[in-house]
Design a protein around this ligand. Sequence first.
Ligand code: GLN
Length: 514
Amino acid sequence: MSREKIIVIDFGGQYNQLVARRVRECGVYCEIYSYKTDIEQIKAMEPMGIILTGGPNSCYEEGAPSCSRKLFEMGIPVLGLCYGAQLMTHVLGGRVCKAPVREYGKIEVTVDQSSKLFSNVSEKTICWMSHNDYIEQTAPGFRITAHTPDCPAAAAEWEEQRLYAIQFHPEVLHTQEGSKMLHNFVYQVCGCSGDWRMDFFVENSIRAIREKVGTGKVLCALSGGVDSSVAAVMLAKAVGDQLTCVFVDHGLLRKNEGDEVEEVFGPNGPYNLHFIRVNAQQRFYEKLKGVEEPEQKRKIIGEEFIRVFEEEAKKIGAVDFLVQGTIYPDVVESGLGGESAVIKSHHNVGGLPDYVDFKEIIEPLRDLFKDEVRRAGLELGIPEKLVYRQPFPGPGLGIRIVGEVTPEKVRMVQDADAIYREEIAKAGLDKQIGQYFAALTNMRSVGVMGDERTYDYAVALRAVNTIDFMTAEAAEIPWEVLGRTANRIVNEVKHVNRVLYDCTGKPPATIEFE
Ligand code: GLN
């Protein structure tokens, strides 16, 4: 499948995935590679343009991540951002050193509107700065195209060679006209036409899967989450009943969730596939009995999941393909793409491939960011309710119940969570808040109900806003919404007599409780 491609070269900055996302939002496909990637390999990918990211190092120090001069001599346009801009300057013979004044935060930049990069950008525009070093002297051939009071070369370019250096971060939303600048680079400098469209992607993927699978048998582990659902529907559209989806209900799902998944994928749903629901609730509760330690709970749930799936897979027998809902951030974070360290080694379905008899893996969403998976889902006609489902951890409610998990506690947290979600939706906040859920603390305290003493559990409500799920802040939910929710929970959920609101951010807390 040929499509226009921009390559992001990663120097270890914080916003590198954002760069790729912003480019894709412009309608051009983009991938991230480590700065260690061989230059011939980059050339072979025939990118329309290259973007060098920011990074924590100082490019003039020994051992700092670097790149070859040849990168700038291939005739491919290059845009350097922050560290990338400094490195470009350094490698091409300019001078970078520690800045007399470090800039951090939103800063007004004056740009030269005659630059292609800044066409249609306001002359004075707010940009996000985050640097200690600066370009003291631009490289030969370059002219300065932007400045701030403390940064004489906030942007520089060599138009004929199509080389552009900017000190600030256009990929961050704080840079008010950043998307426009990236758009200008991609279209006006690189000459892209914008062929990264979800309808094309979906259509092409279905065709490619059909060719690859032929008459083979395909197996998919369906969790009901967005990624595995979108992957399953794509496969169903491509190969119909050659696909078998196994859905393990581990009894740690949100209220009614198992039935909702069955409604969509089961025999009464719109898709022509084999659907197997395994009701393994009791098995999981049995294994979790008496276990309090979060990591141990996670391990037990993960392992039991594999056991159950393995048993089902044995009944089905050998298959040709196993489907996984891996998405692009998983690929980058597994250290295969960018420069970031291995953060998550697990895929959606931890360790499954080792236990299933199959020939090849199909990962139809491997190239997509989360928001793109959602758009693909809508394109495929999957119900919005499912497509916009909130992130839900693999171990499910098992880690939203602090301490030992029991069926009774699962019921409490399910009911409380359902009430909370209902009230948030009623208040019209469901699309505004990033993620929200109820958890069950392990704390019991004294209360009074109907003149009688109670000694019951406390539910904690959590709601956070986050752009990237790496950091988050507690959402400010109107008091009346919280009050109404608390009231309903203590009234309607047996054995809960107290409701707390978690106002901690991440860091220092995490979004989930365990
Ligand atoms: N480390 C470099 C500096 O301090 C680049 C910073 C960055 O890329 N954000 O200037």
